[in-house]
Design a binder for this molecule. Structure first.
Ligand code: AQP
Length: 332
């Protein structure tokens, strides 16, 4: 079976709708066809200031949400990044292979450092895409399910894998981004030109899956649309309505064409009212399942411990080969 690998940050506590539709849904799908490794990337979470108690709690919350979304520890390997020290170890090797200019071109870094402000931007934030390279290469992943914003990092991963292989001999598999076009970028409900993001300036544009369902319903009902009245998918001219149609279509399995037909002659109000209901129907059981996993932290930790053990077996093997290739003297 081909390998899949991806990770999600525990920073915000709740996943948002963009995380779920753009990435987590694909994690669930790929566990059927791939030897899949999914992790809560706590090492990435400390690239911006964190509260230690919150990070610890949110790491469990992230794992619980992944299980609630449908990851099955019998069919995939679910673990916490810091439980597998090989990530940091291979990360260093990859840092030493990356050009400063090359790292400076990462647009995610530029966006995130702009949000932090120059004085608060850490070297860790600058090099986090390179740690991500190590995350992927350690598992010899073929496919990396992510949203569109991560495409450049997967390109960097391929470049560095090629560079390493060229310089030291064939060691790493070159991965491909697994990006589902329809849901590659879910947009902010208040500013449909921006991606939905946890660090949005306007919380009304962001759906957090663990919020009270009625809060999410209200956000859908107050989503920005346009002055036209026709319900039609047109990402260029009608980004707000198109975003709502994408969300609706993905959560219900109805095609966009079917939705356009269903709402022919109806107003935006009808679309929003129905989608608000779809949202409530989705988040209500999701929250309940997440809470069930959180109610049994010992069981959750056991799942993560088993996952880390499985992940480490693969990661340690790759790291040993990479260390040997670069010329590190093996311990006697
Ligand atoms: N709006 C989105 N549409 C589609 N996919 C998205 N992803 C994030 N936002 C969208 C995908 O979710 C996965 C996990 O993301 P992450 O935990 O690494 O967080 P992030 O990308 O830093 O999330 P945010 O909310 O976008 O954070 P900030 O505010 O820091 O920029 C990834 O696969 C990502 O593509």
């Amino acid at each position: 079976r081909p390998r899949a690998l991806s990770g999600i940050q525990p920073t915000a506590g709740s996943f948002h709708l963009g995380n779920y539709l753009g990435a987590v849904r694909q994690y669930v799908a790929l566990q059927e066809s791939h030897d899949a490794f999914y992790m809560v990337v706590d090492l990435h979470a400390i690239t911006v200031p964190q509260d230690p108690k919150e990070l610890r709690a949110n790491t469990r919350v992230a794992a619980a949400q992944l299980l609630a979304a449908g990851l099955d520890p019998e069919r995939c390997t679910l673990f916490v990044q810091s439980h597998v020290p090989e990530h940091a170890q291979l990360g260093w090797v990859m840092n030493c292979l990356t050009g400063f200019g090359e790292a400076s071109r990462m647009t995610q870094f530029k966006d995130k450092s702009a949000k932090q402000g120059a004085g608060a931007t850490t070297v860790g934030l600058f090099t986090y895409p390179i740690l991500q390279v190590a995350d992927i290469l350690l598992y010899q992943a073929d496919a990396v399910p992510v949203g569109e914003d991560q495409r450049q990092h997967i390109e960097l991963t391929r470049d560095l894998a090629e560079r390493f292989n060229g310089r030291f001999g064939d060691t790493f598999t070159l991965p491909s981004a697994h990006i589902v076009r329809e849901t590659a970028k879910i947009y902010d409900l208040q500013d449909p030109s921006a991606k939905m993001s946890k660090s949005t300036a306007n919380p009304k544009g962001l759906i957090n899956l663990l919020d009270e369902p009625k809060v999410s319903a209200k956000k859908i009902k107050s989503a920005v649309t346009d002055t036209d009245t026709v319900i039609r998918f047109d990402a260029e001219k009608k980004p707000g309505v198109s975003n709502l149609l994408t969300i609706y279509s993905t959560l219900t399995g109805t095609t966009i064409a079917e939705l356009e037909q269903k709402y022919e002659g109806k107003g935006y109000g009808a679309l929003k009212t129905d989608l608000a209901e779809v949202m409530v129907d989705f988040v209500t059981p999701f929250r309940a399942r997440t809470q069930e996993y959180l109610d049994d932290p010992a069981e959750l930790d056991a799942v993560l411990a088993k996952g880390a053990e499985k992940a480490r077996a693969v990661a340690a093997d790759t790291l040993a080969r990479a260390y040997d290739r670069v010329g590190f003297l093996p311990p006697a």
